[in-house]
Design a protein around this ligand. Structure first.
Ligand code: CA
Length: 230
C-alpha cells in the first residue's frame, strides 16, 4: 500500500510541486492549506509522515507539532523552516519534529529525508532486549507501547528521540561516537551534521535526567561521543 503523506503548506506553488513529485515517487499525498485544517487532519487520520510548514495561516507549524505530540501522535514530522532561521530548527526539534529542511531546499534532499523517516517508522519493539520494559533510575520505558515514564509521569519523546534512547540502551556501557549514532539512528549521516546528535542528546537529558547539566545516565565522553550508563 502507498505510504500516506500529509503536506501542510500554504504556498500554492510549493504545494503543487511537492504533490507532483511525491506522487510520482509513489506516495499518496494529502494537503492542508492552513494550520487548523492541518492539525485536524493530522489528529484524526492516519498518515505515515507529515511535512509541516512553519509559517501558516490560522495556526503555525510549531503549535501544530506541539499539539500533535501532546495528543500522542507519533507520526514522523519534517518541518519546513524559513531560510537561515536556526532558531526555528531548534524550536521545531524541541517540540517533537523529527527533522527539518530550510527553504529553499533541493527536492532530492527532501525525498531522501522522507525515505529515511519512513524506513524507520513506526517505532518497533526491541528484539535485542530480553523483555519489553527497561528501567533506569526513575525512568521506565515500555518498548512495546513506545511509552516512557519518569517518576510515574508520561514523558513525550519524538520518534527520533525514542530511537536514540533505544540505541543507547541497547549499547549501554559502550562509548558511541556521534558518527555511529548518526549512522545507526538517523541513517543518512551525509545530510546532517554531528551537531544534530548533540542537540537531540541535550533534549533527551532535559526529559530524562534529574540534572540535565550534570547527567547521571547519558554521559559525555570527551572527544569521543556519548555513553549510556543505566
Ligand atoms: Ca508558509
Amino acid at each position: 500500500m502507498n505510504k500516506r503523506i500529509l503536506l501542510i503548506e500554504d504556498e500554492p506553488g510549493l504545494v503543487l510541486t511537492l504533490t507532483d513529485r511525491l506522487s510520482s515517487e509513489g506516495y499518496s499525498v494529502d494537503t492542508a492549506h492552513d494550520g487548523d485544517v492541518g492539525l485536524e487532519r493530522a489528529s484524526n487520520e492516519n498518515f505515515d509522515l507529515i511535512i509541516l510548514d512553519v509559517m501558516l495561516p490560522s495556526r503555525n507549524g510549531f503549535d501544530i507539532c506541539r499539539d500533535l505530540r501532546q495528543r500522542r501522535t507519533s507520526t514522523p514530522i519534517i518541518m519546513l523552516t524559513a531560510r537561515g532561521q536556526i532558531v526555528d530548527k531548534v524550536v521545531g526539534l524541541k517540540l517533537g519534529a523529527d527533522d527539518y529542511l530550510t527553504k529553499p531546499f533541493e527536492m532530492l534532499e527532501l525525498l531522501a529525508r522522507v525515505e529515511a523517516l519512513l524506513r524507520r517508522a513506526p517505532v518497533s519493539p526491541v528484539p535485542q532486549l530480553d523483555n519489553d520494559i527497561y528501567q533506569f533510575g526513575p525512568v521506565r520505558i515500555d518498548f512495546r507501547r513506545a511509552e516512557v515514564h519518569r517518576s510515574g509521569e508520561v514523558i513525550e519523546l519524538s520518534a527520533l528521540e525514542f530511537r536514540l534512547l533505544r540505541y543507547f540502551i541497547e549499547h549501554r556501557g559502550e562509548t558511541l561516537s556521534r558518527d555511529e549514532l548518526l549512522n545507526e539512528v538517523w541513517g543518512y549521516n551525509a545530510l546532517v551534521s554531528t551537531r544534530t546528535v548533540d542537540v537531540h542528546v541535550a533534549w533527551l537529558r532535559q526529559k530524562l535526567e534529574e540534572h540535565p547539566r550534570h547527567p547521571q545516565y547519558i554521559l559525555t565522553v570527551h572527544g569521543l561521543g556519548y555513553k549510556f550508563v543505566g
